[in-house]
Design a protein around this ligand. Structure first.
Ligand code: ADP
Length: 322
């Protein structure tokens, strides 16, 4: 088990990470989620041993890692851009850590085959990595990291260099691969969909601190504070009294775009101010009760600007804050 206690990291006068406590249990996948610049990568690099902590400690199964260099921690690293060795073929890349461990040739070959099978690249052994697609390169990077059976895998924005459609598919694949490998992992991402797809628990970071830790469903349903709710897609925040009147929840809530749906039987009424066609729905801006709200409508039955509509509340679009 990985445990971080009171980790603070300074770059000169800048405090990049501040008093972070966190644990990652055996076989658990934890995501560090937060906006760019909040200190996620710095924290990951401190765990890896690449950046020293100014104070606090990193332990594995209770043993302090302070004096242990990067290559002796038994951790596997995967970065955003893969960082493969361009002059080695796929097998040569995947076998790298095994060669460092002086694993013999036959065992190496077997393990490389196993890993390529796992990441869906069986038969790619002799391919040049420079001729692979971005998604394939990241699979090779993951296979390389997993090959020496690391006790912890550290992934820093492993999918963010890929285009969106591929990223969504690969996030699902990566979640499955980590489970199949039984990996213990800490993954950095700024994308909440990715964090929720990958992780057993999500640690939300802001300005160097962890502000909330919990399973995806819990963080999604009840963000710790208003800023977290906004980061998780709640464009609008209602005070308790107003929330009770409009959406029937007697506490402060955040509303996502999907919280209000056009529905002839809905309890709210409003006037459509704007409409924008999205992938599989129409997004509206509706004036309700003297205030503006986002709402969604099916493409086939979307109202026009200026129309009076009725809106129903979808509980999945509502986050109870605090
Ligand atoms: P994130 O991964 O959440 O985007 P980082 O950990 O990369 O955040 O950065 C946290 C803060 O530390 C930022 O303000 C960033 O500019 C700063 N920072 C990161 N790396 C260095 C460095 N090597 N030297 C000085 N400042 C750094």
């Amino acid at each position: 088990m990985l445990a971080l206690q009171g980790i603070t990291v300074r770059y000169g006068p800048l405090v990049a990470v501040s008093g972070v406590d966190l644990s990652v249990g055996d076989g658990e996948v934890v995501a560090l989620l937060g906006p760019s610049g909040c200190g996620k990568s710095t924290l990951l690099r401190t765990v890896a041993g690449l950046v020293p902590a100014s104070s606090g400690g990193v332990t594995w199964d209770g043993a302090d890692l302070a004096g242990v260099p990067v290559h002796r921690r038994g951790f596997g690293l995967v970065f955003q851009d893969g960082q493969l060795f361009p002059h080695r073929d796929v097998a040569g890349n995947v076998a790298f850590g095994l060669r460092m461990q002086r694993v013999d040739r036959e065992a190496r070959r077997k393990r490389v085959d196993e890993l390529l099978e796992l990441v869906g690249l069986a038969g790619y052994q002799r391919r040049r990595v420079t001729e692979l697609s971005g998604g394939e390169q990241q699979r090779v990077a993951l296979a390389r990291a997993l090959a020496p059976r690391p006790r912890l895998v550290l992934l820093d924005e492993p999918l963010s260099a890929l285009d969106r459609a591929l990223r969504e598919q690969l996030a699902v694949d990566l979640a499955r691969l980590l489970r199949e490998a039984g990996a213990t992992a800490l993954v950095v991402t700024h994308d909440h969909d990715e964090a929720f797809t990958l992780a057993d628990r999500v640690a939300v970071m802001r300005a160097g601190r962890i502000v909330q830790v919990g399973p995806p469903a819990e963080v999604w349903r009840s963000p710790a504070d208003v800023e977290t709710a906004r980061f998780l897609g709640c464009g609008k925040v209602l005070a308790a009294e107003r929330a009770a009147r409009l959406v029937g929840v007697a506490s402060r809530v955040g509303l996502r775009a999907s919280a209000l749906r056009v529905d002839p039987g809905g309890a709210l009424a409003g006037d459509v101010l704007e409409r924008v066609h999205r992938r599989d729905h129409v997004r509206l801006l509706v004036s309700v009760d003297g205030d503006e709200f986002e709402a969604v409508a099916p493409v086939a039955a979307a109202p026009e600007v200026g129309e009076r509509v009725r809106l129903a509340v979808d509980p999945d679009g509502i986050a109870v804050i605090g």
